[in-house]
Design a binder for this molecule. Sequence first.
Ligand SMILES: CC(C)(COP(=O)(O)OP(=O)(O)OC[C@H]1O[C@@H](n2cnc3c(N)ncnc32)[C@H](O)[C@@H]1OP(=O)(O)O)[C@@H](O)C(=O)NCCC(=O)NCCS
Length: 229
Amino acid sequence: MVSKGKAKEKKQQRKEMLARMGAAQQLLSKANVSDKDHMDTLIPFKKYNRNNVDLSIECVHYEQVKDDGDTFETIYQILEGNMKAEYDACYWGWNEKDKRDELKEKNPWFLVAKNSEGQTVAFSHFKFDFDEEIAVLYCYEVQVTEEMRGKGVGKFLMQILELIGSKAEMQKIMITVFKHNPRAIHFFADILKYADDETSPKFMDPMDEKDYCYEIMSKTLKVKKASGS
Ligand SMILES: CC(C)(COP(=O)(O)OP(=O)(O)OC[C@H]1O[C@@H](n2cnc3c(N)ncnc32)[C@H](O)[C@@H]1OP(=O)(O)O)[C@@H](O)C(=O)NCCC(=O)NCCS
């Protein structure tokens, strides 16, 4: 039988959990207004002029991407070109319809980097979402075309995502990385200083960790309350 004291403690814990989730939901609703400009206070980050690269970067909701000429199709083609072999190398496999649907699913956001000819050459697909009762920025993709790699573009896009996440008061930024993609693991762990997330299979299912083809990595964000946002 549960004692009166224990029951009261449980009730209090549940009340606190609901309050935390309510606060997180409010932040998510605010961040997911589809015409919000998450880069309104990040103007210097809208241009990338380094290493002989000249890019314009925008943060847009899928609602805007779908109406922007061939941008959505180019995003899909970059993703397939970069990742199909990685997916096919594990039990997930590549499924074009699922991937296209995933890029459009509820509240998807994009960072889109275009060159001076207006061609999309890199992007990130991310969401403001719940993870284990907290509000997080989940980066589903960061993809740079082969000819643009090693010029700092990936690092710059991730820096923007961290700033957007902090500004929206997300507690952490998360990403799923294939174990068989050592370059991406190096990029996140060594360059960007991400750590294995507590929800990663190595912590959630340590006995069968080898059955999983991915790691979940994350970084805690410093909340940056922007005035007027
Ligand atoms: C991973 C990826 C996003 C990195 O983007 P990028 O623009 O090439 O990376 P950057 O030029 O910003 O490089 C950042 C750092 O990573 C290192 N790096 C980049 N590409 C590398 C590579 N191919 N091998 C080893 N290190 C690499 C660089 O040395 C650089 O370090 P530095 O700043 O100390 O010089 C890009 O390679 C990519 O799109 N890969 C295919 C898709 C993918 O795997 N995405 C990640 C999972 S969603």
